[in-house]
Write a protein that binds this ligand. Structure first.
Ligand SMILES: Nc1ncnc2c1ncn2[C@@H]1O[C@H](COP(=O)(O)OP(=O)(O)OP(=O)(O)O)[C@@H](O)[C@H]1O
Ligand SMILES: [Mg+2]
Length: 394
């Protein structure tokens, strides 16, 4: 909101004018228009500078032809000190070039001495314009500050969520996982030593239930904290793509470099969570038949694209008040200096995460190899060593 630019006190007006008569005329003109002014007249450069420094002022009114300098020189002196203080040039005659020059240097207005009827409206307008500029700048500053706060809060939340997820995953791993595995051995022993076929059968059924529970808790743990990331981003994305395809029936193709570069800390998790949210969105909203996940590193930027051939999304979809997935991704990307681009149309949606990677931190020497498409992921092997969802140390 713009406050009243005309306070109850008189306007503090600094008048740079070598003619006492012209000064009196200007002052009379302002008073006739009902503007209360407290005027001070100066006529030399030194007096002008001293008066500026002694401010504050609400407006500078300046003649153009002054002893030893011009109104434009005065304007420059003013702007070096204050970018906002209104400056109105008043001259006996003012050429077009001078007027343009004055406006270019930040004058609020210019007028001719023989047309002083415009003086009061020009002064009022200049003060109002300066006030609304100041109000806008203050509002911009407030907005920037509150955006920065919101970003910091969102980042803090993301970090807390990751920490909490890791803690829960660790508990499932250490407590639930350990007990279930021990239980499995016990049940298996009972089955083998059962005195009757009926008991052996019940033990076998219990073992199957237990296996199911173990699988479920591994899955929960894995989703909470992708320990497979420790094997590298590419294997983690392979695992995710394979699981997505199996779960949703939507074809999911991964194109990725054969060798993962050593990525800066935090980047693999951001990329992993981005792919996870993008794929979840595909399964929830896109009605796609095919999705391509592409990881690439070129010109010092890591990019991860998830592109589907679904129904696309509208501006309204993106602005949904209670949808936080895409907004969260933007914030998450920001934590590692990256950003998200989104393109969508009737042919589908493409979400791209880009993260500039410091050449010193990553193995950019391997860059050419990064462009190679990855070999199709091997069929999952069921031994513990290659099952990414196996109980691995956290
Ligand atoms: N791949 C996609 N295809 C079509 N529409 C999409 C796609 N991804 C997102 N949308 C649309 O954009 C909206 C916003 O997505 P966003 O991920 O921010 O929220 P959400 O998935 O609705 O909820 P959540 O907060 O749980 O993520 C979705 O509600 C959906 O309408
Ligand atoms: Mg979502």
């Amino acid at each position: 909101m713009v406050s009243d630019p005309f306070p109850a006190r008189p306007l503090r007006l600094l008048h740079l004018e070598d003619s006492e008569l012209d000064h009196e005329l200007a002052r009379a003109q302002l008073q006739r228009a009902g503007l209360g002014v407290a005027c001070r007249r100066v006529e030399t450069r030194a007096a002008f500078e001293a008066a500026l420094d002694a401010g504050p002022w609400d407006l500078v009114l300046s003649d153009y032809n002054l002893p030893g300098f011009t109104g434009i020189d005065a304007l420059r002196l003013l702007r070096a000190r204050d970018a906002d203080l209104p400056f109105v040039l008043v001259s006996g005659e003012i050429g077009e070039d001078t007027a343009v020059d004055a406006m270019r240097h930040g004058a609020s207005d210019y007028l001719l001495k023989h047309n002083l009827a415009r003086l009061a409206p020009a002064v009022e307008h200049a003060i109002e314009a300066a006030e609304s500029r100041r109000a806008r700048a203050a509002a911009d500053r407030d907005l920037q500050a509150s955006r920065a706060q919101l970003r910091a809060l969102a980042r803090h939340l993301q970090a807390s969520i990751e920490a909490e997820r890791a803690a829960i995953a660790r508990e499932i791993h250490d407590d639930v996982g350990g007990s279930l595995t021990a239980l499995k051995f016990e049940l298996d022993w009972m089955r083998r030593h059962a005195g009757s076929p009926a008991l052996a059968q019940r033990a076998q059924a219990a073992l199957e239930l237990l296996t199911h529970a173990i699988d479920a808790s591994k899955r929960v743990m894995h989703n909470l904290r992708p320990s497979i990331l420790e094997e590298g981003l590419v294997p983690a994305l392979q695992w995710m793509a394979r699981n997505f395809e199996r779960r949703t029936g939507v074809e999911c193709v991964l194109r990725a470099p054969a060798d993962t570069p050593a990525l800066p800390p935090g980047v693999p998790l951001v990329a992993y969570r981005t792919a996870q949210e993008a794929l979840t969105n595909v399964s929830k909203h896109a009605r796609a038949t095919r999705v391509v996940v592409e990881l690439a590193l070129g010109a010092g930027v890591l990019s991860l694209e998830v592109a589907d051939d679904g129904r696309g999304m509208s501006e309204d979809d993106r602005a949904k008040a209670h949808s936080f997935g895409l907004r969260g991704l933007q914030e998450r990307a920001g934590t590692v200096g990256g950003w998200i681009d989104l393109a969508s149309g009737p042919g589908g949606t493409s979400l791209i995460l880009s993260v500039p990677i410091d050449a010193d931190e990553s193995l950019l020497g391997a860059e050419p190899a990064l462009q190679r498409p990855v070999a199709p992921p091997p069929e999952p092997r069921l031994d513990r060593e290659h099952d990414p969802s196996a109980w691995t140390p956290l």
